[in-house]
Design a protein around this ligand. Sequence first.
Ligand code: UD1
Ligand code: CA
Length: 461
Amino acid sequence: MNIEVIILAAGKGSRMKSDLPKVLHELSGKSLAQHVVDTCQTLGAKNSHIIVGHGAEQVKQTLTSNKMNLNFIHQKEQLGTGHAVKMANDDLADDCTTLILYGDVPLIHHDTLSQLVEFQQENRNGITMISCLLENPTGYGRIIRNKNNEVIGIVEQKDATEEQLKINEINTGILCCNSTNLKKWVNQLNNNNAQGEYYLTDIIAMAKSEGGSVIAVQPENLYEVEGINTLSQLAKLERIWQLSLAEELMANGVIIKDPARFDLRGYITCENDVVIDINCIIEGTVIIKRGAKIGPNVFLKNCKIGENTEIKANSVIEDAEVKNDCKVGPFARLRPGAILEDEAQVGNFVEIKKSILGKGSKASHLAYLGDSEIGSNVNVGAGVITCNYDGANKYKTIIEDGAFIGSDSQLVAPVTIGKNVTVAAGTTVTKDVADGMLCISRSKQKEIAGWKRPVKNKKAE
Ligand code: UD1
Ligand code: CA
């Protein structure tokens, strides 16, 4: 049966004390609601109805999906969870399996939801929901069971009796049922309760009274059903999630020096014996091959790091590729389009953009290499700059195999330095240099005797 999803995301989230709509706050580099959307895609849901209210436009513009249709429905006034779900009545297909999720409960697992859906398909007339046991259930709706241990209803904290408040099985809010039933039930809701809201939870008792059964399943991890109301909860959930990402990597042979100081804000693929030191931030899609070592405080975004390559402390690598047996950093910056061939070395305060550094070539200190093609076994001295920009356009520098570029030289592009050329220190190269030449452009050294250094003017008394 088709799956359609309703995601509630209209609430203001006033306890976040933020202008950003709550569901757009980020966890692990992705908005809370996008986590939910992405998980729904993995379930094969084709349609999702997202109930938006506060910051609706911004939420609409931010959420994306390539496999699922996102249908945004505006809930003008937030009259309760049941009212929110009712907003989808006109758009929700008949007789499909409907999952109700929350834009501020980001970490619900694919496996938990697919189990929920599976149970629902055997329980067509009833409801399948996720509950859990909490030591401190304060604030949550409590699950009411009869003598046969069947779920017969949910009572909200504010409507509960003393006796009911002692129940520690709580409603996570996540549930699944047939869409035709759901539409009928939400039409029957009223707001005769302590909060004057239309409670979605009232459909549980409706299903039961019609003879449907209510099945409650528990998630494997409590964090899956945790909702975000404050920035402090967001930070706590972030750490829990990062720890679980680190655990998964460690289980696959990645050495993480301190899982409490690990931050993955995208996707990473690592081979065995990769070492990741503390305080690294990983964004986008990153691939790290066997035996590579990532030093402390390294930032990696959309890049590939080759076998046995070492990225030393405080380096920043973005949209770049470093092949095998390279050494990078400390304090190196590889910008978009930087490619380091095998055994290349880049040292401190070297910036490389849209350039290939050939096999075994080195730029060990303080250089800028932009829009360049550098062959193999080239030595780029300290302070070398490819002058790629004339203020209007960018030009290319080509340095062929075996060249030696002396310290503090400028290579004014477009320019080609031939094979095995030696550029003397301090040279400004403005024309192509043929293979094997020594290129030197600095003026002869002069020594002037009797030079007096300037002295400070005397202050007027
Ligand atoms: C709800 C459940 C409660 C459960 C708890 C779990 C009801 C009546 N109660 O309570 O049993 O233990 O969640 O966290 O369902 N929302 C809308 N539009 C509305 C109202 C809410 O989009 O009109 C959204 C909110 O943005 C939020 C979610 O629905 O993301 C839950 O609403 P909230 O008011 O926080 O529900 P609770 O009172 O916590
Ligand atoms: Ca409420």
